[in-house]
Design a protein around this ligand. Structure first.
Ligand code: 2PG
Ligand code: MG
Length: 418
């Protein structure tokens, strides 16, 4: 057996994310190659995600990394993802509550990146080789208007209003189309709300004081204008983040801005109406994460829509498989820090591909300028990336795709047939 590569150094510090919250950044050196990675944090988290930080928060996480995890220094790594098993063993809990999922994912990505670099490769290329994927660029699904937990009260209850340039032939054309739609939406909002500041949600989209329906009407209009001007087909979607608008006491979905308090079945009809009226192609987490049957009913009624699971499946291969087989979803969100290692992320994307579901690589609402999610999306074969559009921490992911496009060809886009 060939000797492994030496893990020479592990360092950790506290840094700040796009919301000004603290998170963890690590540096790992393998065979003289150093990679630095910082972890994002979610605000609307699924119940079954791993714990982001150990007790004591990010400061404690950095301390645990420096004092305990750094004992892995000197380990011989026999393969790209060899650190992952050791992190799981060292943590010893089912949900990374000891090390913290954020530290763990940062170490896992950093180690894989440094290992890849020591072989003269970027992470995406090493992952593609490992998984047998032909590297290609995902379509960017961009947040242009935010609400719910990511915005101030008064904004829509639906958490994210999204656009996707289905007809884009290059990554540059895709980003240009999304930016054009974002700007047009700004103009439409100014006309709708003269004198109101448009605001900004956590993910960089506008966060205006309007209802869900009005928001969709304007997003649809902006997307259609871009299509008319450029010929690029534009899809519209939403992330309802259903668990956040579901009230378990009354067993209702609360849309306060519209004075609507709907049962699961009524809310399903509401979403079906929105789909008809605004030609939605993508609906993420339509219901509470505890109601998979409602997902399945919606997916059955709206065959042409990609119903996508986020909180429902939390990037876990076995849950993705279960819910795709149930017919609850045709797409799954892939957030590496929901599971804590690259290996488990690889398994989750593989579960999508084997079950013919669309893997949607995703940022978190609290982001850093790190762009590893773009490397993972390309390397593992995710057809879509949800990474925001506006703001330094969002555009960092898109710019990384442009750079990767220089290597693999900017027209090597994955196709999404909905
Ligand atoms: C989501 C995400 C990212 P958060 O719900 O999909 O858009 O939000 O990171 O707050 O979980
Ligand atoms: Mg979501």
């Amino acid at each position: 057996m060939s000797p492994g590569k030496r893990l020479e150094r592990i360092a950790a510090r506290v840094v700040f994310d796009s919301r000004g919250d603290k998170t963890v950044e690590v540096e790992v050196t393998v065979e003289g190659y150093t990679s630095r990675v910082s972890a994002p944090s979610g605000k609307s988290r699924g119940k079954r995600e791993v714990v982001p930080f150990p007790e004591g928060g990010p400061e404690a996480a950095a301390r645990v990394a420096r004092e305990r995890v750094s004992r892995l220094t000197g380990t011989e790594l026999e393969s790209l993802l060899a650190l992952d098993r050791r992190l799981i063993e060292m943590d010893g809990t089912p949900n990374f509550s000891h090390i913290g999922g954020n530290t763990s994912i940062a170490l896992s990505v950093a180690c894989a990146s440094a290992y890849a670099a020591s072989e003269g490769k970027q992470l995406y290329a090493a992952l593609a080789q490992l998984t047998g994927q032909d590297p290609a660029l995902p379509l960017p699904l961009s947040n242009v208007l935010g609400g719910g937990a990511h915005a101030a009260p008064g904004a829509p209850e639906i958490q994210e209003f999204l656009i996707i340039p289905l007809g884009a032939r290059t990554i540059k054309q895709a980003v240009e189309a999304n930016v054009a739609a974002y700007r047009k939406l700004g103009k439409l909002l100014q006309r709708e709300l003269p004198g109101f500041p448009l605001g900004k949600g956590d993910e960089g989209g506008y966060a205006p004081p309007i209802g869900n329906r009005k928001a969709l009407e304007l997003v649809r209009a902006a997307a259609d204008e871009v299509y008319d001007e450029t010929g690029v087909e534009m899809g519209v979607g939403i992330d309802v983040a259903g668990s956040n608008i579901y009230d378990p006491n009354s067993n209702r979905y609360a849309l306060r801005s519209e004075g609507l308090y709907l049962t699961g079945r009524e809310f399903k009809e509401y979403l079906a109406d929105l789909t008809d009226e605004f030609r939605l192609v993508y609906i993420e987490d339509p219901f509470s994460e505890d109601s998979p049957q409602l997902y399945a009913d919606l997916q059955r009624d709206l065959k042409s829509v990609l119903v996508c699971g986020d909180d429902l499946v939390v990037t876990r291969a076995e849950l993705i498989e279960e819910e795709v087989r149930r017919g609850a979803i045709r797409a799954a969100i892939i957030k590496p820090n929901q599971v804590g290692t690259v290996s488990l992320t690889v398994d989750a994307v593989a579960a999508c591909i084997v079950n013919s579901a669309v893997a949607v690589a995703s940022h978190r609402s609290g982001e850093t300028t790190d762009a590893y999610i773009s490397q993972i999306a390309v390397g593992l074969g995710c057809k879509v990336i949800k990474c925001g559009l506006i703001g330094g921490e969002r555009v960092a992911k898109l710019n990384e795709l442009l750079r990767i496009g220089e290597e693999i060809g900017e027209g090597r886009m994955r196709r999404l047939l909905i």
